[in-house]
Ligand binder design. Structure first.
Ligand code: NAP
Length: 258
């Protein structure tokens, strides 16, 4: 197992859910963290907790990954001691709305495509070039089972996660001679703020998503991310797909309503 102590891990979308759980698990291994999201107040709280609990260094950045100019500027002007990023976890993402294509709100599509695909690309572009120069690094993308098989009303969200899968594979080919690892961690249902965001805060709709199931926890996913990150030097984990025990695929879910 490779040690992660004193490495630098950059996590997008660290203010909630899977990203936050990744921050906690990597901090517990002595990793220094660069955490970004739009909600800086939450990052600030998390920073204080992690420093106190694990004695690691934590840099927080208020960043909207959809803004290419800001991404380039903020990452380009990182303090010298934070420039050599060892692991990038592209986690920021969302689903918005639940409609058929011919009935959808187009702004929802734009938000998902801009965040899940273009945002991931902007951040990767800014960080991967430094990894290529140093011939060292690891890019871990958070995909989804929705990127393997479409589900009802999943249309554009699924398309973004199919794109993440394609990008993970393509980037792996791009840097094949650069000693850089590229991984995709693709969960099924995880209990985070994801459903709340998808249904714009409608509690009833978001509760329905998890009716009769015990979803994965963010920590379950973070453990898979950690496993891909601490393999020996010569090992690349290409893809991890994980689901709750009651979920066989994007569409096959057993709901125990007894
Ligand atoms: P979550 O609890 O809603 O967390 C999403 C994170 O993404 C938040 O920290 C949010 O931070 C950040 N984010 C969203 N838009 C952003 C933007 N424009 N710029 C920067 N950060 C942004 O949901 P989650 O389930 O942990 O989602 C994390 C990833 O897992 C997503 O890529 C999602 O597609 C994937 N996933 C989730 C599930 C699931 O069932 N939950 C299943 C498969 C895959 P701010 O709002 O503070 O910016």
């Amino acid at each position: 197992m490779a040690s992660l102590k004193n490495k630098i891990v950059f996590i997008t979308g660290a203010s909630s859910g899977i990203g936050k759980a990744c921050a906690e698990i990597f901090a517990s291994k002595g990793t220094n963290l660069i955490l970004c999201a739009r909600r800086i107040d939450r990052l600030n709280e998390l920073r204080k907790t992690l420093i106190k609990k694990y004695k690691v260094k934590v840099l927080i950045l208020q960043l909207d990954v959809r803004k290419s100019h800001d991404v380039k500027k903020v990452i380009g002007s990182l303090p010298t001691q934070w420039k050599q990023i060892d692991i990038l976890i592209n986690n920021a993402g969302l689903a918005r709305g639940f409609s058929k294509v011919h009935e959808a709100d187009i702004t929802h599509w734009e938000e998902m495509i801009d965040t899940n695909v273009k945002g991931l690309l902007y951040v990767t572009r800014a960080i991967l070039s430094q990894m290529v120069e140093r011939k060292r690094g690891h890019v871990i993308n958070i995909g989804s089972t929705a990127g393997h098989e479409v589900n009802v009303m999943g249309n554009v969200y699924c398309a973004t996660k199919f794109a993440v899968k394609a990008l993970t594979q393509s980037i792996r080919v791009d840097v094949l001679d650069k000693n850089i690892k590229v991984t995709s961690v693709d969960p099924g249902m995880v209990l985070t703020e994801f459903a709340k965001v998808r249904f714009s805060g409608d509690e009833n709709r978001s509760n329905e998503v998890y009716e009769g199931v015990t979803p994965l926890s963010p920590k379950d996913v973070a453990e898979a991310v950690l496993f891909s990150a601490n393999r020996p030097k010569n090992v690349n984990i290409n893809e991890i797909v994980l689901t709750p025990i009651c979920q066989a695929s994007s569409t096959q879910i057993y709901r125990n309503k007894a």
